[in-house]
Design a binder for this molecule. Structure first.
Ligand SMILES: [Zn+2]
Ligand SMILES: [Zn+2]
Length: 346
């Protein structure tokens, strides 16, 4: 058994470095996970380009947060897991005790902790993550699909925030991995989905995942009107999901929604950004606007179940596969929108 492992570190903006370190030994309550697959994510790209994240990552640090693996070693006092168990570990753990956790809003936990470091051969799972964020995965569910439980859990959380009737008309603005996961799940639930993006290739993937209509966008304020025209009789959608994190798309989302409709703002914009909004419409058309963030333990489990039942073709999102040394290449290809996501096999 080798006692060292390779870990990919983020060391600055657009700078990574492979390091060799001793494989951690689990302390009380801890597990060491053997990472089978990590999938790349838009958040990883953001932290790669910016060289860290204000509340999550201070460089130099290991990174990567979507992972599936098996239990390599178990510390004292760990209940429920043993060596060899197939696991998915969520990238955050709530405390379970604060007022928001007690209200079932664990994604807003006052002491939410994050776990990064999936771009490695082994990862130490701290006690709180073992207790609250480690989920067994079906052994016949491929690790690459299982690793996508994290983004899909965010999508399930976003949908749980909506009040949708059956057969609704939904506009999804943004055909990145998250927008496409919304498309797949909404189509699976029987809704009519209109998908819009500025990148035509991504719309094709959306059609294959179940989008009924695709709308190429220009990335300007005119997009709101075009989206509205694409809805039935131009009345505007019952629900608009914004999944780009670009302020202009937030504005356009509010234009594309119909009378009494809902807007879910999913894509996090840069700090300090603001948007203009039509106050008259917001009031007289009774538009509900909701920000949603991250996932909860219940939506994580629901996402894992959905992946296991194989009703979504999310393998279409994994457009490349690399070893650990290929993390940077994968992120660069995502940056130029050549691929949606990659699986990294340490
Ligand atoms: Zn992610
Ligand atoms: Zn809490």
């Amino acid at each position: 058994m080798a006692d060292t492992q390779r870990i990919m570190y983020l060391i600055g903006p657009e700078q990574v470095e492979m390091r060799e370190e001793v494989i951690p030994r689990p302390g009380p309550g801890e597990i060491v996970l053997r990472v089978k697959i990590a999938t790349t994510c838009g958040t990883d790209l953001k932290v790669y380009l910016r060289g860290g994240h204000p509340c999550m990552l201070n460089v130099p640090c290991p990174f990567g947060h979507e992972m599936a693996g098996t239990v390599w070693a178990v510390g004292k006092n760990v209940k429920g897991f043993r060596e060899g168990d197939a696991l998915v570990v969520a990238n955050s753990a709530s405390c379970g005790e604060c007022e928001l956790c007690r209200a079932g809003r664990e994604n807003l936990c006052l002491d939410l902790q994050y776990l990064n470091g999936a771009y490695a051969e082994y990862l130490l799972i701290p006690p709180r993550f073992v207790r609250r964020s480690s989920h067994r995965r079906a052994t016949d569910l491929e690790p690459a699909l299982a690793a996508m439980a994290e983004p899909l859990a965010c999508v399930f959380h976003g949908l749980s925030a909506c009040d949708l009737k059956t057969n609704s008309e939904v506009v999804v603005l943004g055909a990145g991995p998250i927008g496409l996961m919304f498309v797949a799940e909404l189509a699976h639930r029987g809704h009519r989905v209109i998908l819009a993006d500025v990148v035509p290739d991504r719309l094709d993937v959306g059609s294959r995942l179940g989008a009924t209509v695709t709308v190429p966008l220009s990335g300007t304020v005119d997009d709101g009107g075009r989206l509205r025209e694409a809805t039935s009789e131009g009345r505007g959608a019952e629900l608009v999901i914004e999944a780009t994190g670009v302020p202009i798309a937030w504005t356009n989302s509010m234009k594309a929604v119909g009378l009494g409709g809902q807007v879910v703002l999913f894509g996090g914009c840069a700090p300090g950004t603001q948007i203009p909004c039509d106050t008259h419409r917001l009031h007289y058309s009774e538009i509900t606007v909701k920000g949603v963030y991250h996932h909860r333990p219940a939506t994580f489990r629901a996402a894992l179940d959905r992946l296991a039942d194989r009703s979504l073709k999310l393998e279409l999102l994994l457009q490349a596969e690399y070893g650990l040394e290929g993390v940077e290449r994968a992120l660069q290809r995502m940056a130029v929108r050549e691929i949606l996501k990659a699986s990294i096999k340490p």
